[in-house]
Design a protein. Structure first.
Length: 126
């Protein structure tokens, strides 16, 4: 199996300040990602990437209820259908935080906690 890590999120309190920081440090432009309306208020700025290539990419993420700091970086693992792995999480000793949810044109995600209390995500096209 190839490296299954495909996505990360860096949680921020001030999205514009963080965007300016990363754009300045890495001399890049982050792109706004339009997010469908959900019960969770979210804003995202994407690092330059090609979602079809190997390797990880990700975003700065501002979401209600999740503060910056405290090592809040979320890794996502690739899947053909995240509901398949989701069914295995609790059997393996973890806990599902958010069941399979649409993220618009980016597909679907499941958020869960591992046995150590670390949150991770699973992302799939369907």
């Amino acid at each position: 199996m190839k490296n299954p890590v495909v996505w990360f999120e860096i949680y921020v309190d001030d999205l514009h300040r963080a965007q300016k920081f990363y754009e300045t440090v890495f001399e890049i432009e982050l792109e706004e990602i339009p997010i469908p309306k959900t019960e969770h208020s979210m804003e995202m700025r994407a690092f330059p990437s090609n979602m079809k290539s190997e390797g990880a990419t990700g975003t700065l993420m501002k979401i209600d209820g999740v503060s910056a700091g405290g090592n809040n970086v979320l890794l996502y693992f690739r899947s053909d259908d995240c509901s398949i792995e989701e069914k295995r999480i609790e059997k393996a000793g973890g806990k599902v935080f958010r069941s399979k949810t649409s993220v618009g044109k980016f597909g679907y995600v499941t958020l869960a906690y591992d046995t150590e209390g670390n949150m991770f995500g699973i992302i799939s096209p369907s």
